[in-house]
Design a protein around this ligand. Structure first.
Ligand code: TYM
Length: 335
């Protein structure tokens, strides 16, 4: 893989609880197809996860499950570099340097920081505020050209670009300025099944608000049947129908349909039929992923070897950029 002309792609997912179909549709699913055209780095972002309280044993378990999920979804360790963020110390090292060119105001006005500070009022810590700088480090360390993420990460991506340009202006060309890759349409932001004005989130207190990648068939169908829909009974994608539009986005993601195809398929049918079909489509699509993830989780030695190899490769790539940064800022490294 090394030495080819392919551009670099980086993305990561936090192992902070169950992964939802929002994470899958907005991000992970797209990681798979992009492997062919880019040199991809995919990380389990455990350093980010501890910005909110985690139980150590659970975090360890979630890290392994997420690694297994990446592979079960189709990320191929022979094509992409899969690793755990904390295994590559350069992420923290670059964060320190980038902190020195980041203004507190830039971080305190981030939507995610404001939301999470309100939600975790008892634990508003510096890590939560610095989260986007660590994210910029993740990206910039690998000379990343493209970052596939859901729409909620757009603001963080903009900061990564600003920091890359600011550093380059101050110290000379060092970082590639990354471009976000965000799906067009409503798949980029899957909404809560309980409240379609809010993003589907794994940290939602109401478990009926999200579908996880490990929910069983009955649970998935039950959650879809319960999903909040709008007045009327027509299956149509439009702004005044946020609940139905969200279910259409989910249905399309798992069937490959366009909005028009789905609208036509359910013409003359009510919400009940549609919700059942959505549940079945999600359950059908997740079943093979779930069994593959379960199989992989039984082979811990294999997962460990994937992470170890990935961390080694990531370490070497990250080190190249970090050495350059250290030289530019004037750290003495001996003669
Ligand atoms: P996380 O774990 O919160 O989310 C992982 C990915 O899932 C996307 N996503 C969604 N997409 C559509 N609809 C939703 N409801 C939804 N919820 C989440 C997120 O946009 C994300 O792409 N901070 C990152 C993790 C990270 C990262 C990075 C990403 C750490 N370092 C460097 C890119 C580059 C995050 O949001 O994780």
């Amino acid at each position: 893989m090394e030495g080819t002309e392919k551009k670099i792609l980086f993305s990561a997912v936090q192992p902070s609880g169950a992964v939802t179909i929002g994470n899958y549709i907005g991000a992970i699913r797209n990681f798979v197809g992009l492997q062919e055209d880019y040199n991809c780095f995919y990380a389990v972002a455990d350093l980010h996860a501890i910005t909110v309280k985690q139980e150590a044993a659970v975090l360890r378990k979630n890290t392994l499950s997420l690694m297994a999920l990446f592979i079960a979804c189709g990320i191929d360790p022979a094509k992409s570099i899969l690793f755990v963020q904390s295994h590559v110390p350069a992420h923290c090292e670059l964060t320190w340097v980038l902190n020195t060119i980041t203004y507190p105001g830039e971080l305190s006005r981030m939507t995610q920081f404001k939301d999470k500070s309100a939600k975790h009022a008892e634990n508003v810590n510096m890590g939560l505020m610095d989260y986007p700088v660590l994210m910029a480090s993740d990206i910039l360390l690998y000379q990343t050209a493209l970052v596939p993420v859901g729409a909620d990460q757009k603001q963080h991506l903009e900061l990564s670009r600003d920091l890359a340009m600011r550093f380059n202006n101050r110290y000379g060309q060092t970082f590639e300025v990354p471009e976000p890759y965000i799906l067009k349409g409503n798949g980029a932001r899957i909404m809560s099944l309980a409240d379609p004005s809010r993003k589907m989130s794994k940290s939602d207190e109401n478990p009926n608000a999200f579908i996880t990648m490990t929910d069983d068939r009955d649970t998935i169908i039950r959650k879809c049947k319960r999903a909040v829909t709008d007045s009327g009974n027509e299956v149509r994608c439009s702004e005044d129908k946020p609940g139905v539009s969200n279910l259409i986005a989910i249905y399309n993601a798992f069937t490959g349909n366009t909005n028009e195809q789905t609208e036509r398929e359910f013409e003359g049918k009510g919400y009940g039929d549609f919700k059942l079909a959505v549940g079945e489509a999600v359950a059908d699509a997740l079943a093979p992923i779930q069994s593959e993830q379960a199989r992989l989780l039984k082979d811990k030695a294999y997962l460990d070897s994937v992470m170890k190899e990935g961390a080694g490769k990531a370490f070497r790539a990250a080190r190249r950029t970090l050495s350059k940064v250290y030289r530019k800022v004037g750290f003495y490294s001996g003669e």
